[in-house]
Write a protein that binds this ligand. Structure first.
Ligand code: G3P
Length: 218
């Protein structure tokens, strides 16, 4: 089997997300409370967003749990999971987040540990058996760290464990490419970053020439 490689859209802007999901250019949609807030939404909108993206053909839909204790995180996670089989629960990489993630995995849930900033956290996530980890490339770099090298090290550490890297905080096509080059399989990015992955001026010019040739022939 070939290497499984996927794009996800990291947004709750329903128009921008729908364009990508309906055209089948992304595997699914990822969100977190900040992304919901930026789109003028809140956790109360989660069921309606799930329903919309499921109807549009998303294959996985990620919402992040919240709460100030493991119990609260588990309660909110179970609400997310009850939406349907496409739901993946995101859990922050904190002490109580890891405890919640472990309980969710033992119940058979698909879980992503998000805001992963160290190799030890990546390893911890793999010992728990979560499906994905989301390290933040742009934010690692903002903190003065070599994000690509650190995420490459996480990728090497967990390769073959059943836990995969789904890289986030990607700010340009070259971020995506740099991580793909070190074996990262899954990527989530804002609609603008994905749009920049799809196009180049040279391709647009070539397409215009093809169209012009067709026009000349009719
Ligand atoms: O999913 C991660 C994203 O919300 C963070 O991206 O670019 O704000 O660091 P950014």
């Amino acid at each position: 089997m070939g290497r499984d490689i996927r794009f996800y859209v990291d947004s709750a802007d329903v128009g921008a997300v729908s364009d990508l999901v309906v055209d089948n250019l992304v595997h699914g949609v990822t969100t977190n409370p900040t992304i919901l807030e930026r789109a003028g939404r809140s956790v109360g909108d989660i069921p309606a967003l799930y329903e919309r993206w499921e109807a549009e053909g998303a294959r996985e839909i990620f919402f992040q749990t919240w709460g100030d204790s493991t119990d609260a995180m588990l309660r909110n996670a179970n609400g997310i999971l009850s939406l349907g089989d496409l739901a993946v629960v995101k859990v922050p990489a904190t002490r109580s987040g890891f405890a919640a993630a472990s309980a969710l995995v033992s119940e058979g849930a698909s879980v992503l540990i998000t805001a992963v900033y160290s190799q030890a956290q990546a390893l911890t996530a793999a010992t728990i058996g979560v499906r994905y980890i989301a390290p933040y490339l742009g934010r690692l770099r903002d903190a003065g760290r070599d994000g690509v090298a650190e995420i490459a090290a996480m990728q090497a550490l967990i390769e073959g464990t059943g836990t995969d890297v789904l890289a986030a905080s990607l700010r340009s096509p070259s971020d995506v490419v740099a991580l793909a080059e070190v074996g990262v399989p899954f990527f989530t990015a804002a609609p603008s970053v994905l749009a920049a992955c799809f196009v180049s001026d040279a391709s647009e010019n070539a397409a215009a020439e093809f169209e012009a040739a067709v026009e000349r022939g009719v």
